[in-house]
Design a protein around this ligand. Structure first.
Ligand SMILES: Cc1cc2nc3c(=O)[nH]c(=O)nc-3n(C[C@H](O)[C@H](O)[C@H](O)COP(=O)(O)OP(=O)(O)OC[C@H]3O[C@@H](n4cnc5c(N)ncnc54)[C@H](O)[C@@H]3O)c2cc1C
Length: 503
């Protein structure tokens, strides 16, 4: 085995890991940082959002390459069920028979799910916020996360029909202040020629994405699995890595390790390393997703048809698409992502072309209770495709969750009725558990080490010096808002703590 020295090792190259790397670079450029990623690099620069790849075939190949050691969407796949390009599902035997998350998915590639995401970045509101972080700290970190992800509400604010959509939603929801109907904040850049670049982790990494500008500070190794974090008497000493191309195992010594390996595989790596606090994998929560689709009334579409034709399709996306937001409130504990589509999700008559922006996808994400029994568990005696402890998900909705889902269905119906005509006869319906791709709580943050959390407010694992956890699993509250912005904000706080401790 070879031995190397770094100051910080980051496991996982998604938005959370990338935020650690970038913040450490800005706060403590003297450190040497190694990032390891189990999946392959898809692009140059690494971490590019696949929607920015202009060639559809290259995009499809990048999505397939992200789908883990067994690509769940390939025809030979042994893993049936729903799945989204760029993600892969758990094996059926990894789901508890009566309770589970059949749509729980992961991505394995440089950039993680951050190379495939929709880029919606709402801030948490009301009780979604983490009460033991003071407002100033949380808001400053959210602002920093918006800078790293390049978040704007302006990119599609004036897209055709967007004003009509928001006006109609206002009639249905009567919202004011922070909870008012508004353009969805998105991690995108709109260029002067009207084209769009979606933020992947190359954007978060900034100068670190380019070998010429990263200097000696940073090294990225793809196809490298971290199989164990090494510890000695409660202190991190480094990591054990496996080069997945050659099978070579290497030990890397470092006094700080950040595990940013998604909400399912972060607790898996801690478990594999013998770090097994009571809350590990517990309090797992997903955001049940209720969906439907509607079409704006013909008179509205005809009156604006000329405007809608003005946009130009760009790489994998069209500039027509507006995204509006119905924010979370404690009275209505869900949030609505209202996406104007350029094509219909259900077949329409051939002589009935879709005017871009006039068909609207309604996706409502619900907050669920954080329940200790909902958990991802690991087994020492049985291994997954990567040779890591096999996981099983036990997950049930509570009666309160079921009530919130019914309330969300009613809200989607209300939204659909004011927006136009539903596209099919089916009432708004709930997607299978796990479809949100927003899994939280599995390595949750807490104010005190009281057995109900895995890490403290700076994301350092209780009682384990130098071991930090990152990603959506850290979020301790019951949230409905898309979680990446919050995870990146918590990563900024954690990275600053590491930088301070190493000065
Ligand atoms: C289609 C889609 C749409 C989405 N839309 C949104 C949205 O609009 N808004 C939003 O907020 N979120 C959205 N998400 C979710 C969002 O992408 C995730 O919240 C975000 O990527 C999580 O970042 P992360 O860094 O914690 O984990 P990930 O991005 O999942 O990255 C974790 C990485 O760790 C690697 N890894 C795991 N284990 C190991 C190991 N042992 N050794 C080495 N590497 C390892 C994995 O291969 C992976 O690449 C979406 C996701 C998808 C797929």
């Amino acid at each position: 085995m070879k031995t190397h020295e770094y100051d910080v090792v980051i496991v996982g190259s998604g938005p959370a890991g990338a935020a650690y790397a970038r913040t450490l670079h800005e706060e403590a450029p003297q450190l040497r940082v190694l990032m390891v990623e189990a999946g392959p690099s898809l692009s140059k620069p690494p971490g590019l959002h696949v929607k920015n790849l202009p060639d559809p075939q290259a995009r499809a190949a990048a999505q397939l390459a992200s789908q883990g050691p067994v690509t769940s969407l390939s025809p030979e796949s042994p893993v049936p069920g729903p799945g989204r390009p760029g993600t892969f599902l758990l094996r059926p035997d990894e789901l508890a028979p009566l309770a589970g998350m059949p749509a729980a998915a992961m991505s394995s590639n440089v950039g993680g799910m951050g190379a495939h995401w929709t880029c919606a970045c709402p801030r948490p509101g009301a009780s979604e916020r983490i009460s033991f972080l003071d407002d100033g700290t949380l808001d400053a970190a959210l602002g920093e996360a918006e800078r790293l992800l390049s978040v704007t509400s302006e990119a599609f604010a004036d897209a055709p029909f967007s004003g009509d959509v928001r006006e109609r939603l206002e009639h249905a929801f009567h919202r004011t202040g922070a909870a008012a109907i508004q353009p969805m904040p998105l991690a995108v850049r709109k260029h002067p020629d009207g084209t769009i670049t979606w933020s992947g982790t190359d954007v978060v990494m900034g100068p670190l994405a380019e070998p010429t500008t990263r200097g000696d500070f940073f090294e990225l190794r793809d196809q490298t699995l971290c199989q164990r974090v090494m510890l000695d008497a409660g202190h991190v000493t480094g990591v054990e890595l496996k080069d997945l191309a050659t099978g070579t195992v290497t030990k890397v010594h470092a006094p700080a390790v950040v595990v940013a390996a998604d909400a399912l595989r972060t607790p898996q790596l801690l478990f594999a390393s013998g770090v097994r606090p009571r809350a590990l994998g517990r309090y797992l929560n997903d955001q049940p997703q209720v969906i439907s689709a509607v079409r704006l009334p013909a008179d509205v579409v005809q009156s604006r048809d000329g405007e809608a034709g003005a946009g130009e399709a760009t790489a994998g996306a069209a500039v027509h698409s507006g995204v509006s937001w119905v924010p979370y409130t404690d009275e209505e504990p869900f949030h609505g992502q209202v996406m104007q589509l350029d094509a219909s999700p259900v077949p329409l008559a051939e002589d009935d072309p879709v005017v871009p922006g006039s068909v609207i996808g309604l996706g409502w994400f619900c907050a669920t209770e954080t329940v200790e029994e909902n958990r991802v568990e690991f087994d020492d005696t049985s291994l997954d495709h990567y040779g890591m402890p096999r996981m099983t998900i036990n997950y049930n909705l509570t009666w309160k969750d079921l009530r919130v889902i019914e309330q969300a269905k009613e809200a989607v119906t209300r939204a659909g009725k004011v927006l136009g005509t539903f596209l099919d006869d089916r009432p708004p319906f709930l997607l299978p558990a796990g479809s949100s791709l927003h899994y939280q709580g599995s390595v949750r943050m807490g104010q005190y080490d009281d057995g109900r959390s895995v890490c403290g407010p700076d994301s350092q694992v209780w009682g384990t010096e130098g071991l930090y956890v990152a990603g959506n699993g850290v979020i301790p509250t019951s949230t409905a808002c898309n979680p990446t912005l919050t995870s990146v904000a918590l990563a900024v706080i954690g990275a600053r703590a590491i930088a301070r401790s190493m000065k």
